[in-house]
Write a protein that binds this ligand. Sequence first.
Ligand SMILES: [Zn+2]
Length: 376
Amino acid sequence: MTPSLMKVYTSKLCTTMHVPKFELLDGGESQFFESPERREAIHRFLVEHPETFEITEQFDDFGKEPIQRVHAQDFIEYLESAFELWIAEGGHPNGVIPSTIPHKKLQIGRVKPKTSFAKAGEYCFDLSAVITKDTFKAAWNAAQITLTATKELLRLGTEYEKNMVDGAINRSHPPGLYALVRPPGHHAQSNLCGGYCYINNAAVSTQWIIDQSEKESGQAKKVAILDIDFHHGNGTQEIFYNVRNPLYTSLHSEDEYPHFTGSELEKGEGDGLGYNINIPLPKNTTDDEYIETLEKLIRESVVPYKPDYIIVSLGVDTYKEDPIAGFLVTSDAYPRMGEAIRKIGVPTLFIQEGGYCIEKLGINVGGVLRGYLGKA
Ligand SMILES: [Zn+2]
């Protein structure tokens, strides 16, 4: 059985409601790069390839619990009410952006944040995660769409294992799914938004696989996260820093946003020691350098972990013309990434993270997914 179609989970309901007008980037006012056009560009490409992608716009609501498994309750409540409180207290209608952030050198202070202006800094680590009227709804829907895809991943994974036991298939074509969502998630920590991210979709999905498989069979399935966004996934790292399931791995640019995380020295803590693997790459990394490092990471860390599922934080801001990144990776590299991930032989869910070169988003994301299907 060769799966030749990939199911895609998406909806306008996670994207058109969240449209901040601008962001502050490197000291200047700039267009908000994490725009609804990103999803539209990818969606267009997928629609043009019906022989490969089966798009479903339906999704279920799994409620708050799966989100609370990885985010603090007070943080979720904050996201939900932030804009309303901000406006009530006289904040600018453009959206919530912190003016003061409790920098570690400020933390001798004992003032508990009460106003919406204080909370804006308490729950956010930068100036890019603007909260507008419906930002929470969009992020909520993105998480629910991702969970809908995750549920299908578990179903396909169970079927895949059964067919394997029956000898009907080998590991050459594991099932793959794609959640085309925004806002992205991998910078969102357990109680911090930032980096265009509010709810960490990859973390929500991963924890759901672990919880659900344990509930169903008494044994938690093992998940490996492969974060191939140009930027380090500080949020996913923080959420799982003290546990050994999932394994978190990330390939990203050194000396780049979010600037203070992503070192090889961040290896996890306690039970999680050794289960957090960061590989920072130099600026100007080329196709071959990127693919070689990815294959080595897969060979030496991901495969030996023996995961049951792979969650890919799929950012294509690694692309050479991305307006906020700096590798030399071309469109030719993306199918090779997908192929390398397929060779792990494990059911995989790709979740959209970054990527801001609108004209090439479709071909680059599509390249990874087609590479995974062996259709590149
Ligand atoms: Zn990124």
